[in-house]
Design a protein around this ligand. Structure first.
Ligand SMILES: CC(C)(COP(=O)(O)OP(=O)(O)OC[C@H]1O[C@@H](n2cnc3c(N)ncnc32)[C@H](O)[C@@H]1OP(=O)(O)O)[C@@H](O)C(=O)NCCC(=O)NCCS
Length: 169
């Protein structure tokens, strides 16, 4: 069904950078004070929390996005993804739910406070733990532990100077 009502009327508490350049399908929940960029498509059934930023040129399928989440320009958030509160997703991140090997669909989960570097690819069924960091351009094929830091293709855990030394914890 085509929705003819203008977006500011449907979502008075949401800031659309340009409401004429966004498509929001039916049955999409968007929280208060969330901002939506231009040339972005929100698919039917998507749920987006309060105070989020969804950048321009994003494709947001039927998924669950928590509060205070930032999704930067040009991301593909595939069907069935769950994103916790306070997650940061850099530009050009792609999430996937189909391994193309005949298995059933498996949906990525990105837990609260995680940060995903720009250009990363998150494979089907992967869970990124709370507060974890995925370096830019990573291909994440395995779960990432809470607070873990992974980089590369395939993404592997690596110690960086900005992390607390285990001796000081
Ligand atoms: C992972 C990250 C946080 C590490 O930053 P850092 O502590 O300053 O790391 P350094 O630049 O000192 O690099 C340390 C080593 O890790 C490697 N490295 C750093 N980032 C990497 C990445 N994304 N993928 C693969 N290797 C990486 C470096 O090549 C270097 O390797 P070497 O010691 O063998 O030469 C950072 O590189 C990163 O990817 N940040 C995400 C940026 C982003 O996407 N922001 C989005 C908003 S704009």
């Amino acid at each position: 069904m085509k929705i003819m009502i203008e977006l500011p009327e449907r979502y008075p508490n949401v800031l659309f950078y340009n409401p004429r350049l966004v498509e929001v399908q039916e049955n999409v929940l968007i929280g208060d004070r969330t901002r939506i960029g231009s040339f972005t498509l929100l698919h039917a059934g998507a749920t987006i929390g309060d105070r989020c930023t969804i950048g321009s040129h994003c494709n947001i399928c039927c998924c669950e996005i928590g509060h205070n989440v930032s999704i930067q320009t040009g991301c593909h958030i595939t069907r069935g993804v769950t994103i916790g509160d306070n997650v940061f997703i850099g530009p050009g991140v792609v999430t996937l739910n189909d391994n193309l090997n005949g298995d059933e669909l498996r949906f990525p989960t990105i837990m609260q406070g995680a940060r995903i570097g720009g250009g990363s690819v998150i494979l089907p069924g992967v869970t990124i733990g709370k507060g974890a960091l995925v370096g830019a351009g990573s291909v994440v094929t395995r779960d990432v532990a809470n607070g873990g830091v992974v980089v590369g293709n395939p993404a592997r855990s690596r110690a960086f100077g900005f992390q607390d030394s285990p001796d000081t914890n």
